[in-house]
Design a protein around this ligand. Structure first.
Ligand code: AP5
Ligand code: MG
Length: 217
């Protein structure tokens, strides 16, 4: 099953994609995580992407399409993927259609996570991540059970994304409305869009997503 999770910055795509992928034997493909990996590794793509990401703009379409096209071919993706943060422009959406057709795969569902703008900013500025295993947390909404210790790997080191500050968040939201929100209409017209209330508590959003995926069978 191949699924797209659509949603604004901070809507909960990463949080939900990780859990859904684990429950359904799928692979989470987050272009944001892959690009951050490239920045950290100092690759050519990473060097070009860093400044663009830091200011909250989009990395060129051909770069992310190339990354996804290559990754989706790997054997662990045979059972299906959850696309988190891709596609993000109409050009990327058409390229994805072409890539899937060429690879004889299909898109099974597109689910939009709906969250109010004021909530998005609150979620992003409070986000932090375990530096060792990447588990995501929030200052208010998802704290580690023991303060300062990761629930998953017990590391005591955490990081915050350089683009998770109030100014860049506003820019990312503007880019979302201009470039990515037209995809809601695109997938609605293709007949595979579903919407889920992303304002609920994390486990409740997960339950709604599971129900939306089951309902399409
Ligand atoms: P990316 O990493 O994709 O960032 P984003 O889209 O801005 O989304 P986020 O990762 O910020 O939010 P999320 O929806 O994953 O929320 P999360 O689950 O973490 O992209 C970063 C950059 O890379 C882009 O700006 C661009 O430059 C580049 N890029 C990436 N893909 C690209 C592409 N396809 N094309 C071009 N450029 C690309 O949740 C946020 C916080 O809220 C967490 O702390 C979490 O614990 C908390 N939370 C989650 N759900 C809930 C809930 N239900 N209730 C309360 N708190 C919650
Ligand atoms: Mg994310």
């Amino acid at each position: 099953m191949n699924v797209i999770l659509l949603g604004a910055p901070g809507a909960g795509k990463g949080t939900q994609a990780k859990e859904l992928a684990a429950r359904r034997g799928l692979v989470q493909l987050s272009t944001g995580d892959m690009l951050r990996g490239a920045v950290k590794a100092g690759t050519e793509i990473g060097k070009k992407a860093k400044a663009i990401m830091d200011r909250g703009d989009l990395v060129p379409d051909e770069v992310v399409v190339g990354i996804i096209s290559e990754r989706i071919d790997q054997p662990d993706c045979a059972n299906g993927v959850i696309l988190d943060g891709f596609p993000r422009t109409l050009e990327q959406a058409s390229a994805l259609d072409r890539v899937l057709t060429e690879k004889r795969k299909k898109l099974d569902a597109v689910i939009e996570l709906k969250v109010d703008d004021s909530k998005l900013i609150e979620r992003i500025v409070g986000r932090f991540t375990c530096a060792k295993c990447g588990e995501g947390y929030h200052d208010r909404f998802k704290r580690p059970q023991v303060r300062g210790v990761c629930d998953v790997c017990e590391s005591t080191e955490f990081t915050r994304r350089p683009d998770d500050n109030a100014e860049t968040v506003t820019r990312r939201l503007m880019v979302y409305y201009r470039e990515t929100s037209p995809l809601i209409g695109y997938y609605y017209c293709k007949g595979n869009l579903k919407s889920v209330d992303g304002m609920a508590e994390i486990p409740d959003v997960l339950a709604s997503l599971e129900a939306a995926l089951d309902a399409r069978k």
